[in-house]
Design a protein around this ligand. Structure first.
Ligand SMILES: [Zn+2]
Length: 148
């Protein structure tokens, strides 16, 4: 891996940027995690830009609830918590508000959790986080909850 990726992986360990980190119990190099998830996204016919756009839109709509759950697209129950403070990206290319989104698909109960930073990691770096990470984005869950 390039020095940039080695540095990013070190920044993702627990206690560096967040207490739980971004890797969960996944010990693979992050480039392997990224290429495996890119493959899964392709198989599910999911486009990174399209998924990210839907997540941005749901976050924007959810913010209108001012911390309370609100219905978005008639089928999603969305709650957005906007905590004080910022988190830097492990790739060191920006800082992000501590905004957490919980979007639940009413029909199945499936829950999609993401933050401003996890959305950036997904959109910019195609990094969905390691297995076991609390904010890991599973492509199957994205497809189901975003209905893409
Ligand atoms: Zn970044």
């Amino acid at each position: 891996m390039s020095p940039q990726y080695i540095k990013a992986q070190a920044n993702m360990k627990p206690g560096v940027i967040t207490s739980s980190g971004f890797l969960g119990d996944d010990e693979r190099p992050i480039l392997d995690i990224i290429s495996h998830d890119e493959e899964t996204m392709r198989k599910l016919n999911l486009d990174f830009a399209e998924v990210a756009e839907a997540m941005h839109r749901i976050m924007t709509e959810g913010l209108k609830g001012l911390g309370e759950p609100i219905t978005v697209d008639e089928v999603l129950l969305v709650q957005v918590n906007d905590a004080r403070g910022f988190l830097p990206c492990p790739f060191e290319d920006g800082i992000f508000r501590k905004t957490n989104v919980a979007a639940r698909l009413a029909s199945t109960g499936r829950l999609l959790l993401y933050s401003d930073l996890s959305l950036h990691l997904f959109e910019k770096h195609h990094f969905l986080q390691g297995r076991g990470s609390p904010f890991r984005l599973e492509p199957e869950v994205l497809k189901e909850v975003l209905r893409l």
